[in-house]
Design a protein around this ligand. Structure first.
Ligand code: TUI
Length: 314
């Protein structure tokens, strides 16, 4: 199928893998791109030279387009931008901030920019700055989130901008893909389903937590600090939320989460680690290769759309 996004990115399927911190490294990104979606390397808080290595390693695994997600809260973001341009990356997504100051450099280098936004105002601002598309991410997502749900955010962003919109947050199967298209999106970005992909290097303990999670098993920490983060409930979130309720300061809360994503992804510490995952974890029930995930998603989407068409033809 063709949409403005598949054309813009020169990809086969309108499926983009989220640029998840620690999770979205070169194996996962390359596998998604090889399967016809857009794989994304999540630069997160990594030093710029580590990002360079990740890009080069991904290139040994695929010659299909690969993107990089730049986490704008990262103090190294300016150097990461430089490396991404030097390495010839042609598409970036940005998260957790406003990428306006990098737009000129990206444009000059021919890099397509797709900022992740959590509000209509931010989407409009990004269009004015020259963004090629926006990822409208609802608060069902894992990780750092905004306050509006995907169902409400996507159609409002679609109405507010002329550039193509990618839906994210709460999408886990073909029904979610079809629903996103009904809301006016031209592609989807998915994170949680890819955490448990065969090619994902995430520790099996973390993957098992996602696979076993139910609909109500995530919590939002950091509401009081201005950095709300959705993750699967565990000992750490219980402690964090207790401290937040007691009015703990930023320093004490940050101490609790220091290196906690690494603990979850690399060490498999499901008690003290940050198990970032979206609300759709309840629907994610098995480990599959990226190719299986993408092919299943596209097949399911077709079935759902066909069924709906038949219903309306009666
Ligand atoms: O960025 C994300 N999700 C993330 S980043 C991340 S790394 C992290 N680790 C620990 C603590 C906090 C973060 C984990 N998950 N999603 C994209 C996203 N961007 N969601 C919301 C936003 C956003 C928020 C504010 C985008 C723009 C924005 O604007 C602020 C401004 O400067 O106007």
């Amino acid at each position: 199928m063709k949409t403005r996004i598949t054309e813009l990115l020169q990809i086969e399927y309108p499926i983009i893998q989220g640029g998840m911190a620690w999770v979205a490294e070169h194996h996962l990104a390359a596998a998604v791109s090889e399967a016809g979606g857009l794989g994304i390397i999540g630069a997160a808080s990594a030093p710029a030279e580590v990002v360079r290595e990740e890009i080069r390693k991904a290139r040994t695994l695929t010659d299909k387009p690969i993107g990089v997600n730049i986490m704008l809260m990262n103090p190294n973001a300016p150097e990461v931008v430089k490396v991404v341009i030097e390495e010839g990356i042609k598409v970036v997504t940005t998260g957790a901030g406003n990428p306006a100051k990098y737009m000129k450099d990206f444009k000059e280098a021919g890099v397509k920019v797709m900022p992740v936004v959590a509000s209509v105002a931010m989407a409009k601002m990004m269009e004015r700055c020259g963004a090629d598309a926006v990822v409208a991410e609802g608060m069902e997502s894992g990780g750092h989130i905004g306050f509006t749900t995907t169902m409400c955010l996507v159609p409002q962003v679609v109405d507010a901008v002329s550039i193509p919109v990618i839906a994210a947050g709460g999408i886990g199967d073909g029904r979610g893909v079809a629903a996103s298209f009904m809301l006016g999106a031209e592609a989807v970005q998915m994170g949680t389903r890819f955490i448990v992909a065969q090619e994902s290097i995430v520790h099996q303990n973390y993957k098992d937590k996602v696979i076993k999670a139910k609909d109500i098993d995530s919590e939002i920490t950091g509401m009081s600090t201005g950095h709300p983060v959705r993750q699967i409930r565990n000992q750490m979130t219980r402690e964090y939320l207790r401290l937040e309720k007691e009015g703990a300061g930023l320093e004490e809360l940050e101490y609790l989460t220091l290196g906690s994503l690494r603990k979850a992804v690399i060490d498999g510490d499901t008690a003290n680690g940050t198990l970032m995952a979206g609300q759709i974890a309840g629907l994610v029930g098995k480990q599959q290769t990226c190719r299986e995930i993408i092919e299943e998603l596209m097949k399911e989407t077709q079935v759902v759309v066909k069924k709906e068409n038949e219903l309306w033809a009666k």
